[in-house]
Design a protein around this ligand. Structure first.
Ligand code: ADP
Ligand code: MG
Length: 372
């Protein structure tokens, strides 16, 4: 398959950042993500057959399967595509016909900017258009999430898919993951910029530990809701109420619950800080978030902790934290625009000296959601 072949349509599907509110989406909490200008490009055309052929330039590999055989593959990236088609079929049987798809991307894979949701939602939006299926955005968001749960095995929340589909240029989304209500919040950080620093590690604990954390949150909620049966999600539980359960939960489960409850409150405090242009407070909340993710929720790693700790040396950096599921990927940093280059130079050397790995900086521009 060649990128110069003619295609019926081209889809640009963005990655996402999340300013704050990590690991709260599957706990019914508030998150503050945005789509970014780095994207997966998918070119699609009908092939008038019963099979699909998909090529990824990033993986440099192609696969062909028959639409009558949508089973889980042993190769991970195939499952994002197979899963999406499987769940479109559940909602709208026999609407997806044979197609060819060419994929290229400038989104790093497995770095916490959600290349996975970009891939799922990109293919779902594209097939919806190509075959005139009539799925709503919310159906696309949910079926993409279901594909990731079932075919890939990550029990992710709704944030990534929601942001990829609903993102808006120059705005953060304040998304309530319990109700799927959201508002857009204009971003204007003045002299400050958001920069990602990619550790270029992705420890293979990421998927398994993600699902373990989800289970730990459910365990906490079972005990808490036995007393407070009107509370359904961990994010409905205020930190002071979590504290009542200090002796009833194991230390580990208690720490998980306390982190989630506080992180949800931090998202709401961050929005207030943004609205009164108080970037110092916003930055402090980012540092607090990282501390909780690292010490209470235990989803950080030495590389991420090193970068966040290092950033604290500089007054020009207001805040930093790990972003995404954890165990590698990127940190998100709020930095004075005049200091970005200096920081990147200095921290890259320090990081290489410590881990013998090159750091990749990613400048962030907030963009729109998936486009055809
Ligand atoms: P993240 O979503 O943070 O990037 P994940 O581990 O959730 O990390 O998803 C990364 C996986 O998504 C990759 O390992 C691959 O299977 C799939 N993927 C993402 N982008 C592409 C691409 N351009 N081509 C093929 N597969 C991709
Ligand atoms: Mg992902």
């Amino acid at each position: 398959m060649n990128k110069n072949d003619s295609y019926d349509l081209v889809i640009k599907s963005p990655g996402r950042i999340n300013l704050i509110g990590e690991h709260v989406d599957y706990n019914g909490g508030h998150v503050l993500p945005a789509a970014i200008d780095k994207k997966i490009t998918l070119k699609l055309k009908k092939n008038n057959s019963t099979h699909i052929t998909v090529y990824s330039k990033n993986i440099d590999s192609e696969f062909t399967i028959d639409l009558s055989n949508l089973n889980r593959s042993s190769i991970e990236w195939h499952n994002y595509i197979i899963g999406v088609i499987y769940y479109i079929n559940v909602l709208k049987p026999n609407t997806v016909k044979g197609f060819d798809c060419y994929i290229d991307s400038n989104l790093p894979l497995g770095s916490g900017v959600s290349s996975s949701a970009a891939l799922e939602c990109g293919i779902a939006k594209g097939l919806n258009e190509l075959f005139n299926i009539g799925l709503t955005d919310l159906e696309i968001i949910n079926l993409s999430k279901d594909a990731e749960h079932t075919m890939v095995g990550t029990k992710c929340g709704i944030m990534d898919q929601f942001t990829v589909v609903k993102g808006k240029k120059d705005h953060l989304l304040l998304l309530n993951c319990k109700t799927n209500d959201y508002e857009t919040i204009k971003v204007n950080f003045g002299d400050y910029k958001l920069v990602l620093l990619n550790t270029n590690v992705s420890h293979n604990l990421a998927t398994s530990e993600y699902n373990v954390r989800r289970g730990e949150c459910e365990t906490a909620m079972k005990t808490i809701s036995a007393k407070y049966n009107d509370l359904q999600y961990l994010c409905d539980v205020k930190p002071d109420v979590v504290k009542e359960f200090k002796n009833l939960l194991s230390e580990k489960i208690y720490n998980r619950a306390l982190f989630v409850s506080k992180e949800n409150q931090r998202t709401l405090k961050a929005v207030e800080a943004i609205q009164r242009n108080d970037l110092q407070t916003l930055g402090a909340l980012l540092y607090k978030s990282h501390e909780g993710l690292s010490k209470l929720y235990e989803v950080s790693c030495t590389e991420l902790d090193f970068l966040v700790e290092y950033s604290k040396k500089f007054d020009q950096i207001l805040g930093a934290r790990m972003m995404g599921g954890g165990f590698g990927g990127c940190t998100i940093n709020l930095i004075h625009k005049d200091f970005v280059e200096n920081l990147i130079e200095e921290i890259s050397i320090a990081y290489r000296n410590e881990f013998s790995i090159d750091l990749t900086p990613i400048a962030i521009h907030i963009g729109d959601g998936v486009k055809i």
